[in-house]
Design a protein around this ligand. Structure first.
Ligand SMILES: [Zn+2]
Length: 143
């Protein structure tokens, strides 16, 4: 099958792809309400990250959503010295935050320069309205 390029076709904003994927909708609704929601298997308690229809540990399709504390620590990061898109201002870091509940999420820091990041740095979530219809979870140094 050949897919032809259609310049008139509207392509969703990349950050909205998760919203369009049903399993992630409660996460993005939580972010809109300034909360980090985590999907939890009702059968074995496993936290499913990223969200998905079935638990990879016990194959249960029963799950619920819990509110994360919003605190964690820097697990790792990568510094971008050149911006891949004009919307990004280099240098900036893409951080991998390990939430206190265990799951790791990719985000950015709002108040720490890349050269000041440290593995294990305690962080807490903050929310940035990047567009009228889009809020993103970001992190700042805790305490
Ligand atoms: Zn399970």
């Amino acid at each position: 099958m050949t897919v032809e390029y259609n310049p008139d076709q509207k392509i969703p904003h990349p950050a909205m792809w998760g919203v369009l994927y049903k399993s992630s909708t409660p996460f993005w609704e939580g972010v809109k309400n300034k909360k980090i929601m985590l999907q939890k298997c009702k059968s074995c308690g496993n936290l499913l990250n990223p969200p998905r229809p079935m638990c990879p540990k016990c194959q249960s399709q029963e799950n619920e959503w819990i509110t994360a504390k919003g605190t964690g620590k820097i697990y790792s990061w990568v510094t971008f010295n050149e911006a891949p898109h004009p919307a990004f201002k280099a240098p900036y870091a893409a951080v991998l935050v390990e939430l206190d509940e265990g799951p790791r999420i990719v985000s950015n820091m709002v108040d720490v320069k890349p050269e000041d990041l440290e593995i294990g740095m305690a962080v807490e979530v903050t929310f940035e309205d990047v567009a009228e219809d889009l809020t993103l979870p970001k992190f700042r140094k805790a305490g």
